[in-house]
Design a protein around this ligand. Structure first.
Ligand code: IPE
Ligand code: IPE
Ligand code: MG
Length: 242
């Protein structure tokens, strides 16, 4: 809890989040193993991260594994764990070179000592005071439990006399939540389903939401740029009469 939050006011489109869905269906359609679908998914992540740096996006928050995904077969979960380790060791050098600050959030503890250590090293090694992009990876994350945990933490702080009831407001809640960026501008979900699947429930309160039919392994940087272009055309009223 309590990651440093970054300034969200400087440009029009700062904080993008992606629900990367469709790896399983892609693997099936191509007669490949599920894990190969996830592998292809990691390649797409790399391309989209590079594009975020080019587009000067402040933060990209990606949904890599939800709290509900623990109910998948053990073989798939083990495959995903191996891929996380591989993706970190393959991609961290380039992230450092491009000044991409890596941040994992969610119930990381449940992934075991090896992954905890690799994540912590990757976060330390990519740390920079002046990032070109903040890349947040949700692992074992669930929006409802994030809200409950944040509430519990604030209740504890209140009980201990560290904060008063008046201190509890939306800003503080957003800061205490485990999600590094408290205001998401745009959520993209691939794979055709129109739901949030327990992602960023508090932080995406006023996000534009785009549902893309393509499966995640087929999603390209051109598709991503098209999303950014269509975001620019949206009139964000925030309830005002304009
Ligand atoms: C999303 O792809 C990746 C994870 C949930 C880890 P899926 O694996 O959910 O792909 P589909 O929805 O089954 O096609
Ligand atoms: C959402 O996809 C989670 C991730 C992309 C990591 P799921 O495939 O798990 O979501 P549902 O089951 O369609 O809601
Ligand atoms: Mg899915």
């Amino acid at each position: 809890m309590g990651h440093p939050k970054i300034n969200t006011e400087s440009t029009l489109l700062n904080n993008v989040a992606i629900i990367m869905d469709g790896n399983g269906r892609w693997a099936k359609a191509n007669k490949l193993k599920i894990t190969q679908g996830h592998e292809r998914g990691v390649r797409v992540v790399k391309e989209i991260v590079q594009e975020c740096v080019i587009q000067k996006i402040t933060s990209l928050t990606i949904y890599a594994f939800s709290s509900e995904n623990w109910s998948r077969p053990e073989s798939e979960i083990n495959g995903i764990k191996k891929l996380i380790v591989k993706a970190i060791s393959d991609q961290v050098p380039e992230l450092i070179e491009k000044r991409v600050l890596l941040n994992f959030f969610g119930d990381i503890e449940s992934f075991g000592a090896n992954i905890i250590k690799r994540i912590s090293d990757a976060q330390n090694n990519t740390y920079t005071k002046d990032p070109s992009l903040q890349l947040n990876v949700a692992l074992g994350y669930g929006g409802r439990s994030d809200i409950v945990n944040t509430t519990k933490f604030l209740a504890q702080e209140f009980k201990q006399g560290n904060i008063s009831l008046d201190n509890i407001n939306e800003d503080l809640f957003g800061k205490v939540s485990e999600v590094p960026n408290d205001k998401i501008d745009l959520v993209i979900r691939t794979g055709g389903d129109k739901r949030l699947s327990n992602f960023l429930l508090f932080q995406a309160a006023y996000a534009e939401i785009m549902f893309i039919d393509k499966l995640w392994p087929d999603f390209t940087k051109e598709d991503f740029i098209a999303c950014l272009e269509s975001f620019k055309k949206v009139e964000r009223r925030f309830g005002k009469r304009i």
